[in-house]
Structures are given as C-alpha cells and as structure tokens.
Design a protein around this ligand. Structure first.
Ligand SMILES: Cc1cc2nc3c(=O)[nH]c(=O)nc-3n(C[C@H](O)[C@H](O)[C@H](O)COP(=O)(O)OP(=O)(O)OC[C@H]3O[C@@H](n4cnc5c(N)ncnc54)[C@H](O)[C@@H]3O)c2cc1C
Length: 401
C-alpha cells in the first residue's frame, strides 16, 4: 500500500470535518453516558448505536481493518485523522467499545477465517454488541483463578458460574468469556476462551447500579448454559494466552483497534475555560499562580501523552525499552484523567458538591459526574496497582515479590 501524501491527508481531514459537522446528531433530550461503561437506558443505547452505524456506513470506522471482512482496507493514518477530528468536535462516542477495540482486533489477529467472516462486520456496524466475561465476584485482579466452568458434552460446552462488572451486559449479543475447562491442570493451563452468544438459554444478566446512580454493567449468571463447541476460540487450554492478548488490546499496548471515540471527550482546554470562569478571592481562578502551575502541568502531561503515542509507532525510538510506552499507556491516561477532574472540582470551591440535576451546578454537574466515572478506568481492565506491578516487573525488571 503506497504511503498517502500530505495534500491527500489534508483534503481527507477537511472531508471528515465537513461530514462530522453535517452529520453529528443533535444533543438528545436525555443525558448521554460518558462511556460504554455507563450505557444504562435503551434510549441512550439506541442513540449511540445509530451513531456508530452512521459513522461506519460513511466509511469512517474500521478504516484500517481488511476490506474482505467489512473494514476499509486503508492505511491507519486515515482512521487516526478521523479519531482526531471526532475528539476535536466532541462528537458522541461509538458504543461497541469491547467489539471494536478488543474482541475485533483479537479475532483479526488469531481468529479462524470462519470467525472473521462471522463477527467482524457486525462489530463495525454495531449490529452485534460485545461484552467481556473475565472478572468474577471473587476474582478480579487474580484473573488466573477464574472459577467459571465449561464442560465439554458432545458438540457443546456447558457453562456454569458467574461473571461480574460485565460492561454492556444488558445489550450484548456476544461475550468473550474466560472459563475453566480442566480444574486438574495448573491454573494457567486449565483455562479456555469462548465467543459466547448471550441469548443462550441459561445466561441471565442482572444490572448493577454505579456510584453515580447510572447503570452500565451487570452480574452475569450461567446456569447449565449450552453453547456450541465451535464457540471455543483456539484450542482447549489456550485461554490464558488468548486472555493476555486481549488485555494488550484493551490496555492499548497493541494497535489494531477499529477507531472512533471511546468516551465523551473533555480536554485540558475545557479545564482552562473552567478556570477562566471560576472565581478565587474575587478574581478569575486562571490568574492564581497555583492554578496556572497546575494547569501547565496538565498541559505538559497531555502533550507528552500525545507525543508518546506518535513515538510508540516508530520502532527505532522505542528500542531501549520496547514495551515501556505501551504498558504504561493505560496507567498514565487513566490517572491523568482522574486528577484532571479532581482539579476541575477544586476550582469550584463549595459548589463542587452540586451534582447533575442541581440547577446551580457548574456546567450542569458534568465535572462531578466525570470525576466519579474517572475511577472506572483506573480499575477496569486491570487496576492502577496492577498496572504499576506490570511496569515494575516487565519494564524495570524488578523482582516479582
Ligand atoms: C467500570 C468498570 C467496568 C468494568 N467492566 C468489566 C467488564 O466489562 N468485564 C470484566 O470482566 N470486568 C470488568 N470490570 C472489572 C475489573 O476488571 C475489575 O474490577 C478489576 O480487574 C479489579 O478486580 P476486583 O474488582 O476484583 O478488585 P480486587 O482484585 O479485589 O482488588 C482490590 C484492590 O486490591 C488491589 N490489588 C489486588 N491485587 C493486587 C496485587 N497483586 N498487587 C497490588 N495491589 C493489588 C487492587 O489494585 C485493588 O485496589 C470492570 C470494572 C469497572 C470498575
């Protein structure tokens, strides 16, 4: 594939900008969730699903995925431009995050031809929403201790057990599931990986309410749920290896995601605007040296993160510690967002206690909601402590204990 030239990319950027301006849906008369982890009502879900479908049909999603499975077959740079313009214009996010960003890349990387033909197009069009069944009520960080059982019975596997914190569990058509097929084997070797149809009899989801009052995830119960044996991905016993590969997509260690925004986008510029509006000792908070100092730190981190993303794509610049940028991305970004929103609240003084629904809340209480939801990304996909352990061991070479 020939390298696209700068004028062609500039023209493409203009085309995308025009399309987004003309097609971005008007704000609905209900509150949109901030990310796929808070999609809690049918109205929210249908609004976001329709948006994803529209983006895909216009050719702006999965642009670098192979054309034979429904992707665009174009160089990644085109999708990068779309993502940047989406963030810039603050359009809604695309809701099939687990399908687009971890199940889809996984299937493209190691799936069979039949799996690629069967699943990829539906992921892109939002026809098939995906969820992830890794965590269990007693096993989150210690994923290898997974206890959900899958027992082979002729042409089927029979699943029993329970998964928890299943984001999009209420709306998903498929689940990527980690389950134990051989309890006699050492714990990593007894696990297998399945692509499970959620409408299978014996699978039930129960919504869980979050700290913000929103619903977005479920507890998922399996009671003698019989799934066809060809739902097994790879071979029996390869579940741990495939789960680890899934996490590299989820934590952005590896590229290959379909693109589109994963969440509502608040930038450092929005906080600067908030600081301009907020008052401190009767003057705009932006004039306070402490506030300015903090803002500059956030701007530097933000810019650093952007440059890291570009640098990560150039192998020669990462040779010294090849995994350092990828493995630290989730920790850096999620903790940055949490501190940023905490700072946004501190700018509001006593008003920080006013929440969404309170007519006097600053910016409708969006910073309060963003702050509470910011903890999601510091826990989901592996907590910050676990990410720090991984960096310590794999990048810095520290001893395991
Ligand atoms: C918003 C949200 C969405 C989620 N969506 C999904 C989903 O779709 N599918 C799914 O399968 N899961 C999902 N999760 C679950 C998530 O992956 C787990 O919550 C996470 O892995 C932590 O597991 P746990 O909750 O059991 O906490 P625990 O593992 O019990 O951890 C409790 C505390 O102990 C710390 N800790 C544990 N082990 C260590 C260690 N070895 N070293 C240092 N500290 C340690 C942790 O950092 C944490 O602070 C979601 C979670 C959230 C918050």
């Amino acid at each position: 594939m020939s390298e696209p030239q700068a004028p062609a990319l500039d023209a493409f950027r203009r085309e995308v900008r025009d399309w987004l301006a003309a097609n971005c849906p008007a704000e609905p008369d209900f509150l949109l969730p901030e990310s796929f982890m808070e999609v809690g009502t049918d109205a929210q879900f249908e609004f976001l699903r329709a948006w994803q479908r529209k983006v895909y049909e216009a050719g702006y999603l999965g642009m670098a995925w192979p054309a034979e499975y429904g992707g665009g077959g174009r160089p990644q740079v085109f999708q990068d431009i779309v993502n940047e313009e989406m963030a810039h214009l603050k359009v809604p996010f695309v809701p099939n995050t687990i399908g687009l960003n971890w199940a889809g890349p996984l299937i493209l990387a190691i799936g069979t031809e039949a799996e690629k033909q069967r699943y990829i197009r539906g992921i892109l069009s939002a026809e098939d929403i995906w969820c992830q069944g890794f965590s269990e009520p007693d096993q989150g960080s210690d994923l290898a201790n997974c206890q959900t059982r899958a027992v082979r019975d002729g042409d089927h596997y029979v699943i029993n057990g329970s998964k928890i914190w299943t984001s999009l569990g209420s709306y998903a058509k498929y689940m990527i599931l980690l389950a134990r097929t051989d309890p006699a084997k050492p714990r990593y070797d007894g696990l297998s990986y399945f692509l499970v149809p959620m409408h299978t009899p014996g699978i039930e989801t129960r919504p869980i309410r979050k700290l913000t009052g929103e619903y977005g995830f479920t507890q998922t119960f399996f009671r003698d749920a019989r799934i066809p044996a060809d739902c097994l991905m790879g071979r029996e016993g390869e579940g741990w290896k495939i789960a680890m590969l899934t996490l590299t997509f989820e934590r952005s260690v590896t590229g290959g995601q379909a693109g589109g925004l994963m969440r509502m986008h608040q930038s450092v510029d929005d906080i600067v605007a908030l600081a301009r509006e907020s008052r401190r000792d009767g003057r705009p908070a932006l004039e306070d040296p402490f506030v300015r100092d903090q803002l500059v730190r956030f701007i530097i981190e933000d810019q650093g993160d952007r440059l890291c993303a570009s640098r990560g794509r150039i192998e020669a610049l990462c040779n010294e510690r090849p995994q350092a940028l990828g493995l630290s991305a989730k920790l850096r970004r999620s903790e940055h967002a949490r501190r940023l929103y905490q700072f946004a609240l501190s700018l509001q003084g006593a008003n920080a206690v006013r929440y969404v629904g309170d007519a006097s809340a600053v910016d409708g209480g969006k910073w309060q909601r963003a702050y509470l939801n910011a903890f999601s990304s510091t826990i989901g996909g592996g907590t910050s402590q676990i990410q720090a352990n991984i960096i310590g061991e794999r990048v810095l070479g520290l001893p395991k204990d």
